[in-house]
Design a binder for this molecule. Structure first.
Ligand code: ADP
Length: 556
């Protein structure tokens, strides 16, 4: 059975609980005295006169910070007990109590890494001092270990920030964890939401994972917990069977996104500081791998969008070219025949003509967009009387508005001198904005066209809404601003930027009944951009929309 690993937590560094001491002495009286003295000094103490009970506590209970043991006990030597404690936790502080510290004992103890000797009989103050000193030494060792972990984390962070390539990041993470653990082989497996794990990298490259290895990694992934196991055969490396495995889950934003499976031929004792370091590294790696995955998905989405834009342009190129000629023939002949017949037939042909006219409007948008794509639509600058042009557009569309009882109001400045711009392009823009306002405003609504001249700083106050930002050079000029406001259905906030994309329409049901192909605003955006202007929309669902554009007021 695999066993869960206690990895400690960083909070224990800031809020330490009292050190836990284990006292072993076959003389019950000695146990009691030491135990009481040290409890009074604030330590948490467990005391026993039976070394077997001590071994059981070392193996199964919560970890101890210090072992204080008699050297000579009837059933076991204190030095052997020290060795067992050290194997369990290489950093445990150990003090040996002895009545006769021989040179041989001292030599053995140093070899076994024993911290201190306390010669019996000793003063209670001496005992407190010895324990205090041994724990201090242990704390310094632990700090050094943490420092090494932090140094390694820093080095790994630097390596992580140098790349966004998933395999490269996986390799850096795996190597760091192998180095930290001292295990000889490792595998990094990545997982997705379906809980399927796939092997991303192995170290060394030719190391292989067995089914048991996969199963242990999956268990750790599902339980979201580090697991240690030495009961099966987890992998092979250079013809050596790997019988020991430690699985550490990789985490990012509270979710497991992979597992590192560290394997070795021999059992290993992982110091608590090392385990903690491995978990920190794993969390760090989890976050870096998740970022790289997100970046890759973003990049793929961007590439798909680029491809979609290319396909849209290609479609526009083909459709505008292929539909134009047959459509002119349909329109021409229908008009000709309509003028030669009367009554019901004339009415039918009139309807055919109106439908063909709607197709023509879409084809015209495509042709105009195509011209912009190919660079054929260079602005032709000439003085423009914007008041006149606005009135002309309103006159063309007034009858459509009146059909549904809508009113069109204008607010024009008393004087608006002509300025240099491209008449045809501004005509198309105004035509589209007013047509949309009429189309998306219910019967008896109102459309207001306002024209004004403002400094560019006023527009910058609307910065968030600007769909197109003008070039810096033009910002010093005054700007002509046109607002087309309606009392229509409005546009949900999250759709407001996308409506300027080619073929984009808000919700199917709303727009189907109103026709259109989602090209008008895309064209408006391109036309305004080609004139060095700005365009934006302010809208509230159910209340209405104001589409605005601004052009540099370049006077003749
Ligand atoms: P279409 O020809 O389909 O109207 P446009 O590019 O002109 O295409 O507009 C894109 C979409 O933006 C429309 O389908 C509609 O959903 C929304 N829209 C445009 N103008 C308005 C408006 N004045 N009020 C509400 N929604 C609008």
């Amino acid at each position: 059975m695999s066993q869960a690993i206690d990895t400690g937590s960083l909070t224990s560094l800031t809020n330490p609980s009292p050190p836990r001491l284990l006292i072993v002495d076959d003389e019950q009286h000695m146990c009691d005295v030491c135990s009481r003295t040290l409890q009074r000094a604030g330590y948490e103490v467990m005391a026993t006169s039976d070394p077997d009970v001590a071994i059981a506590a070392l193996n199964d209970g919560p970890p101890f910070d210090l072992l204080l043991t008699d050297i000579k006990m009837p059933t076991m030597s204190g030095l052997d007990l020290a060795q067992i404690a050290r194997e369990k936790d290489p950093e445990i502080a150990i003090i040996i109590m002895t009545g006769y510290a021989s040179l041989e004992n001292l030599h053995q103890s140093v070899r076994r890494g024993v911290a201190d000797f306390l010669s019996k009989p000793f003063e209670l103050e001496q005992l407190r001092l010895a324990v205090d000193q041994a724990l201090r030494k242990r704390a310094i060792q632990q700090d050094n270990l943490r420092l090494r972990t932090l140094e390694q984390l820093l080095a790994v962070s630097e390596a992580f920030s140098a790349t966004l390539e998933l395999p490269e990041l996986a390799r850096i993470a795996l190597n760091a964890m192998i180095e930290r653990s001292g295990f000889q082989t490792g595998f990094l497996l990545l997982g997705d939401d379906s809980e399927t794990l796939y092997e991303a990298v192995a170290h060394p490259n030719d190391a292989c994972l067995t089914d048991e290895g996969h199963a242990l990694a999956r268990r750790s992934f599902v339980l979201c917990q580090p697991l240690y196991d030495d009961t099966a055969f987890y992998g092979v490396c250079h013809n050596h069977r790997l019988h020991v495995a430690l699985a550490v889950p990789l985490r990012a934003q509270g979710q497991v996104n992979g597992v590192v499976l560290l394997c070795d031929e021999r059992s290993a004792t992982l110091r608590p500081g090392v385990q903690q370091g491995l978990v920190l590294l794993a969390n760090h790696a989890g976050a870096a791998l998740r970022n790289a995955t997100l970046y890759r998905q973003l990049d793929e989405a961007y590439q798909r969008r680029q491809e979609l834009d290319r396909l849209k342009s290609e479609f526009i190129a083909i459709a505008s070219h292929e539909l134009r000629t047959p459509l002119s023939i349909v329109l021409g002949y229908t008009m000709m025949v309509r003028d030669q017949v009367d009554g019901g037939q004339r009415e039918y042909l009139q309807r055919v003509l109106e439908s063909a006219q709607r197709i023509k409007e879409i084809v015209d948008d495509m042709v105009n967009l195509r011209h912009i794509d190919t660079g054929e639509a260079q602005p032709q600058l000439a003085p423009l009387d914007l008041g006149d042009l606005t009135q002309q557009v309103i006159n063309n569309l007034r009858s459509t508005a009146e059909l549904s009882g809508q009113t069109i109001v204008t607010r024009l400045p008393e004087t608006l001198p002509p300025f240099l711009t491209d008449r045809e392009k501004v005509l198309l823009v105004l035509n589209h904005l007013l047509s949309n306002a009429i189309k998306f405003t219910p019967a008896h609504g109102q459309i207001t066209i306002t024209i004004g001249v403002r400094p560019f700083a006023d527009l910058e106050a609307l910065n968030n809404a600007l769909i197109i930002k003008p070039p810096a050079l033009l910002r010093a000029l005054p700007w002509v601003v046109v607002d087309v406001a309606d009392t229509g259905i409005g546009i949900p906030a999250h759709e407001q930027e996308r409506i300027f994309d080619r073929f984009y329409q808000v919700g199917d049901s709303l727009t189907r009944e109103r026709g259109g192909a989602g090209l008008g605003l895309a064209l408006v955006r391109e036309l305004i951009a080609s004139l060095g202007g700005a365009v934006w929309v302010v809208s509230r669902e159910g209340e209405g929309s104001t589409f605005s554009f601004a052009l540099p007021f370049r006077q003749t």
